[in-house]
Every structure is written in C-alpha cells, then in structure tokens.
Design a protein around this ligand. Structure first.
Ligand code: NAD
Length: 519
C-alpha cells in the first residue's frame, strides 16, 4: 500500500513478516509490527475464546468496573496516544485529542455507567400467552471480530472493542495496515491495566488477515471501511453465517437554505470539509446552496479556506490541517478535480498536491458543480468541497437524496422547525441541523448508514444490546398441567374451540376489542 509497505524479512523461518508504518507528514518510517499468519489468527481467536469464558460469567457491573481501569489508563496516558496518532496519521494533536481520545473516553464512561441498566433482563407483557412469563436476557456472543480503517485508527475500532467487552464478549481486532501503531499503543495500555490480555487481541496485516478472521470462527464482525471492500466482507460473513455491522462510506450533503446564517454555514463547510484532511466518513462532501445566498457563501468559504494553516503537525507551528494519511487519496482527489473542471467547475481555492516531503493536498473548494461530475456523486474522502447552486429546497432535497450513500447529512437554516422538516426527508442515518460532524460524539445516539453506507448501528443503547445475543427465557406463571390442550392427541373438538377462540378474540368488535386489548 503506497508508503505503507509490507516487507517480507526472510532472514530465517523464525522471523515474521513485518508491516512498516510511515509518518505521512514526513515520509519517515516510525515503526513496524509483525504480520499475523492464518495460524496466528486462529490461535488469537482460540485465546480470546478462552479468556471470554471467565469474562462472560462476570456480572455486567463487575465488567464495567474493571473496564473503567482502561478508561482511566487512556486518560492518564492521553499524551502518548495523541502523539502516536498524530504522527502516524499526520493529523493535528487537537484532532487526535478531541476526535479520538475524548470521544472514546466518553463512550467508555457512558457504557460503563449505563450498561447494567441497558442490559438488564427485560420482561415482556405478552399479548396472547398471558399465562407465560417471557424474559429477554442479553448474553455475550463469544468472540467479536473488529476490522478497522485508517482515518480514526484509535476511536473507531476501539468503540467496537469496548462495546463488545462490556457485553461480555472478547475481541480480536485487525487494524488498518496503514496505521498499525495507533492500535498497538492502545493494546499496550490495555495490557498494562491488568485486564486479561487475551480478552482483546490485536492481529496485524491486510485483507487476507481480515478474511482469516471471518473464516476463523468469530460470532460477530464489526467492519469499518469502503463500500467495495464492504461488499466482499459482507459476502464472506454471509458464507460463514457471521452477523455483521457494516460502517461504510459517506457522501454527506450540506443544504444551505436561503435563511441560513452565512457566516456560521461557511465556517461549518470549511471545518466539516477539511478537518482530518477531509478523510472523515461524515465529511461535508457536497454543498447545495440556495441561489439567494450562493455567491456570498462561495466567497466566504473560499476566504476561510485560504486562511487554513496546513503542514506537519509535529513541525512546531500550530496547524489546522495535516497530511493525507493514505497516499492513494491524493490521486482520487486529482481525478475528481480534473473531471469537475473538464465539465465546467471553477476552482475557488486550492486544487493541487503540495510538493514533498510528506503527502499533502491543498484544501480545495469547487464552485459551479453539478451531478454530472464524479465529485458530486462518488465519495471523495479527501480535502475537496464542491458547491452546487440550487433554486429551491425541493431541488436541494432531491439532489441530496440522489446518491447511493446515506450516512450523515447537514441542513443550515435559522428556522429550526424548517431544519427538522427537511431532516425528515433526507435519506441518511443522521441529519444534523446547523452543525457538522458532532453527532459522532454523542455516545447515547445511534450512528450508522442507510443505503450503501452500510447497515447496523454503533453507539447508543440499541447498539449495546445488538452487540449481545438476546436469549429469550420462557416459563409458566401457573402450575404446569400434565398436558396441554394444544398438544397431541389432536381432536375435532380442539380444532373447533380454537377456531371459536380465534373469531371471538380477533374479529373486529370481538372479545378482546371489548376488553380494550385489541384494535
Ligand atoms: P478499506 O475498505 O480499504 O479497508 C478497511 C479494512 O478492511 C482494512 O483494515 C483492510 O485491511 C480490510 N480489508 C480489505 N480487504 C478485506 C477483505 N477482503 N476481507 C476482510 N478485510 C479486508 O477502507 P479504508 O481505505 O481503510 O477506509 C476508507 C473507507 O472507510 C471510506 O470509504 C470511509 O468512508 C469508510 N469509513 C466509514 C466509517 C463509518 O463509520 N461509516 C468510518 C470511517 C471510515
């Protein structure tokens, strides 16, 4: 993978192949980790399964109390994490702190505080079978696999890890091969807390290692990555009957209504489009600006973009935007720009890669865009914000929904009622009014995509329950008779009274209706 090369160090059988990590802001090698073989993956899953057996038996309160040690260690050693993530991704330390360490710490705190309540056994009020007692228990799945990406190499995979650990499962995790050191740091911190090391095992390598994990006997997979890889991974999960959560690509539209606050909207576009060099699945990937504010918005977005300080975050000066983590994204950006310009787009700011050392691409604003251009239709995952003029909210909503992706969407208007009305019409997993990106930081709220942005949700109470298996325990409320009227032997009499019961109970105006129990 471009600068992140896997090298086979064949200096004897004992030495594993190594995966090297390079700082994208300088090109320097900053470390290496051993690549897992198929057998390593198998043994990782076996070790995790063994550790899970004891962990899963602990009461959830006890698991949470122990996991808070991990939270405290992350807080205590935040500077170390921030340093590795910042170097390995070439991202400002501010980003590593507020978008990775802070969010993970808050999620861990939220789950550890609330999991005993969220995972409490739930008794159901049965409609038909009133003589039965029905209780749902949330039990551990076993070993959960996590496959991560490189844009937020700490928070995204670890959010899945802590969710699984809270529910009593163990985890085998494969970080992105582009950013292995960030997770290695998390693993070192986890091990130092005294929690069982095999509860959370990290295996390094590329897609083949991920594939080995899916085929290796895991009970659930949490996958984050691109749509094309996601299709292959979901197919492999299907072939192995492994349930999965798919967190895939995004193409977040931002609708700037005629009544928006242009200054706030422009600042939101610039932050939402360029933070983390635009390598965010919920980045502002396209803007639909109402004709009445379009020119002012484009001018202001251009001005603010030209003020962005870009450079090596470790270089001494404070920078707003760092490097491109994965070099291939530079070519993707160049292709989008060439296609858009050829079809009539105008470059308002930026537009090109910066010469080395390191991998940098200028924050770029394109105006006069439309849906014939790839930049408005396909994921960019880089620092480009394309803007299209629209003449009505109707047009904006139609264009926002003209996408195969549906992760986040943004609406800017001074009228919150209008904002919420528009939000209800947009095909996206989350719609945010007058803000960008922040919803990911809400530990309580579900996060995930519609359409090809994936399926399943992370964060929030439902995701915690979904991470567990639901076991339904069904018992009687009355003394158990020797036999049951529904059992053998069948008789014409039994058939008759059941039919009578059906009509009495469910016919409109029937018995239950009269008792107020049926529609
Ligand atoms: P990618 O799909 O190339 O790789 C993701 C992971 O999948 C890597 O760890 C990779 O090694 C692994 N992988 C590759 N082939 C595999 C296979 N056949 N079987 C199992 N694993 C395999 O994605 P990327 O370039 O690392 O990440 C960028 C993409 O991730 C973007 O599309 C972005 O939008 C998306 N993303 C989504 C979210 C979200 O929450 N929805 C968050 C971050 C990133």
């Amino acid at each position: 993978m471009s600068m992140h090369v896997e090298t086979a160090q064949k200096t004897g059988n004992a030495k594993p192949r190594m995966l090297e990590s390079f700082a994208p802001a300088t090109g320097e090698k900053i470390g290496e980790v051993p690549v897992a073989s198929r057998d390593d993956v198998k043994s990782a899953i076996a070790r995790a399964r063994k550790a899970q057996a004891a962990w899963g038996l602990l009461p959830v309160e006890e698991r949470c109390a122990r996991l808070l040690r991990f939270r405290d260690a992350i807080v205590d050693r935040a500077e170390e994490i921030i340093d590795v993530v910042s170097r390995e991704c070439g991202k400002p330390k501010h980003d590593a702190l507020s978008h990775e360490v802070m969010i993970l710490t808050d999620l861990l705190t939220y789950y550890c505080k609330n999991a005993p309540k969220i995972l409490e056994p739930r008794e159901l009020a049965l409609h038909l079978l009133k003589h039965k007692r029905s209780v749902i228990h949330y039990v551990p799945r076993g070993v959960v696999g996590v496959i991560g990406t490189w844009n937020f190499p700490f928070v995204i995979p670890l959010a899945d890890v802590v969710t699984a650990l809270v529910t009593g499962s163990a985890v085998v995790l494969k970080p992105s091969e582009v950013t292995p050191l960030s997770m290695q740091k998390a693993k070192d911190i986890f091990d130092a807390t005294g929690l069982p090391q095999d509860l959370f095992v990290v295996v390094h390598g590329g897609g083949d290692v991920g594939q080995a994990m899916i085929e290796g006997g895991i009970q659930k997979l949490c996958f984050t990555g691109g749509v094309e890889t996601g299709k292959k991974v979901a197919a492999a999960c299907g072939a192995n009957l492994v349930p999965c959560v798919m967190e895939l690509g995004g193409k977040a539209p931002l609708i700037a209504c005629a009544d928006c606050d242009v200054e706030r909207t422009a600042r939101a576009v610039v932050f939402g489009g360029f933070v983390n060099s635009g390598q965010v699945c919920i980045s502002v990937e396209r803007v639909y600006a109402h004709a009445s504010i379009h020119d002012r918005l484009v001018d202001r977005v251009g001005e603010l973009t030209r003020e962005i300080r870009q450079g090596d975050p470790q270089g001494g000066d404070v920078v707003d935007v760092g490097a491109i983590i994965y070099a291939k994204q530079i070519e993707v950006a160049e292709k989008h720009i060439a296609d858009a310009v050829a079809k009539g787009a105008q470059i308002v700011a930026g537009g090109k890669r910066r010469s080395g050392p390191g991998q940098f691409f200028e924050p770029t604003v394109l105006a006069k865009c439309d849906h014939t251009m790839t930049v408005m239709k396909d994921e960019i995952f880089g620092p480009i914000v394309p803007i299209q003029k629209v003449s009505s909210e109707e047009e904006a909503v139609r264009l926002a929904n003209d996408s195969h992706l549906g992760l986040n969407a943004y609406v800017f208007t001074k009228d919150r009622v209008r904002g919420e009305r528009l939000a209800s019409r947009i095909e996206a997993g989350s719609v945010i009014v007058n803000d960008v990106l922040t919803n990911y930081a809400a530990a309580e709220a579900p996060f995930g995509g519609m359409k090809q942005s994936g399926f399943g949700r992370i964060h929030g109470d439902d995701a915690l329950r979904d991470m567990a298996e639901a076991r339904h325990v069904f018992t009687g409320r009355l003394p158990d008779p020797k036999s049951d009227p529904l059992w053998f032997p069948y008789s014409p009499k039994a058939f008759k009274w059941q039919l009578k019961l059906l009509k009495a109970m469910y016919r409109s105006g029937g018995l239950l209706k009269k008792l107020g129990r049926l529609l």
